[in-house]
Ligand binder design. Structure first.
Ligand code: NAP
Length: 337
């Protein structure tokens, strides 16, 4: 059997788009980059020349090109839903970076389009599902090694953020990853969220609540705590631990190496998310390509994208009001079972 080489078009070639170009071109098998689009025309031409792809004049040209079998969307979030729906209309698989869309209504429009098309075409870029540490945690929980999950502790620390970063973005850009991993690890929905801003870091911008503590609860009553601290300065540090009725499972060490000298042990840690999750991104893209070749994507679905947006938006409301926000449980269409 000959396995089809997947020709990938990429829309949005900034931070993560440029990384994905390199991954598809050089780090995975079974695919190549054939077309790119970004509003930054000079950069996109440079990137296209590096990988032998065509720089297109519009996103639609990428989507409808006969030289493109599948699309990665890595433009800013407000463009995701419309572009994803265009990919569905063209009958092409699409990996849409998170968020699927900033609003619930736009996410719902994507789900409606995909269901009308009659087959799964959409995957959302929640790459932590491909991280070896998180996969071990899920396997340990599913194997019954720690009994019933009772509490999930998460920490999400970035060294710093640009001045434009807001308290709400801590929810939609950062905690959204914990929202997805919590749903995926525990296999249940989040029904309640509260956000506490206590003593603030003197190193954070005045308009930003930092750190914040997010407390969520699932349908069965599992409590999820997420410390989000985007001015932690010392490095990029993501931690996760499930406390079970009969044990604990957690992410292993994420050190990049160490040296010992003069009675001190010095450990190098990731400087940012790119370094920490580079293997997970690579595995995500490889798995996406493998899924397309096998007939269907198998990562986070459009429904997972919708659920993450619902909870992230509730967390934003919790930031604004200081109240506990109740989250209606979404009915999962049989299409996404
Ligand atoms: P970025 O560096 O700003 O890149 C976005 C690129 O898209 C920029 O080159 C931007 O050009 C371009 N662009 C703007 N409008 C466009 C349009 N209408 N059509 C096509 N391209 C357009 O942002 P980023 O950090 O790469 O983030 C992109 C997306 O990926 C966001 O949704 C973000 O949440 C997501 N992301 C996900 C992860 C993850 O862990 N899964 C990590 C990082 C980012 P200009 O700069 O000229 O506007």
């Amino acid at each position: 059997m000959t396995i089809q080489l997947i020709r990938v078009g990429i829309i949005g070639c900034g931070n993560i788009g440029a990384d994905h170009i390199d991954r598809v071109a050089h780090q995975i098998s079974g695919a190549r980059v054939t077309a790119l689009f970004d509003v930054a025309t000079e950069r996109v031409q440079e990137l296209a020349a590096q990988v032998g792809a065509a720089a297109m004049a519009t996103a639609s040209e990428v989507i409808t090109s006969p030289d493109v079998d599948a699309i990665i969307i890595a433009s800013p979030g407000q463009f995701h839903a419309a572009l994803t729906i265009e990919c569905i209309a063209a009958g092409k698989p699409v990996l849409c970076e998170k968020p699927l869309a900033p609003s619930v209504e736009e996410c719902e429009a994507v789900l409606a389009a995909e269901q009308a098309a009659g087959r799964r075409l959409v995957q959302v870029g929640f790459m932590r599902r491909n991280d070896v540490g998180y996969r071990h945690m899920k396997a340990n929980l599913n194997a019954g090694h720690i009994g019933d999950a009772l509490i999930l502790h998460c920490e999400h620390r970035n060294p710093d953020v640009p001045d434009s970063f807001t308290s709400e973005m801590s929810m939609t850009d950062s905690v959204v990853h914990e929202i997805d991993t919590s749903r995926w690890l525990l296999d249940e929905e989040i029904v309640r969220v509260r956000v506490i801003a206590g003593k603030q870091s003197p190193l954070a911008a005045k308009h930003l609540n930092d750190p914040q503590l997010v407390i969520m609860e699932t349908q069965s009553g599992v409590i999820i705590s997420v410390e989000v601290f985007v001015n932690a300065r010392y490095g990029y540090d993501v931690r996760c631990e499930i406390v079970g009725s009969n044990g604990v499972t957690s992410l292993g060490a994420q050190d990049l190496g160490q040296f010992v000298s003069n009675t001190q042990r010095n450990v190098t840690m990731p400087a940012n998310w790119r370094v920490r999750f580079s293997d997970a991104y690579r595995a995500e893209i490889q798995d996406w390509i493998n899924g397309i070749q096998a007939g269907e994507p198998r990562g986070a679905s459009a429904f997972d994208g919708l659920a993450a947006t619902v909870v992230a938006n509730a967390a934003v409301q919790a930031v604004k009001t200081g109240e506990t926000v109740e989250i209606p449980v979404l009915e999962k269409p049989a299409f996404y079972a």
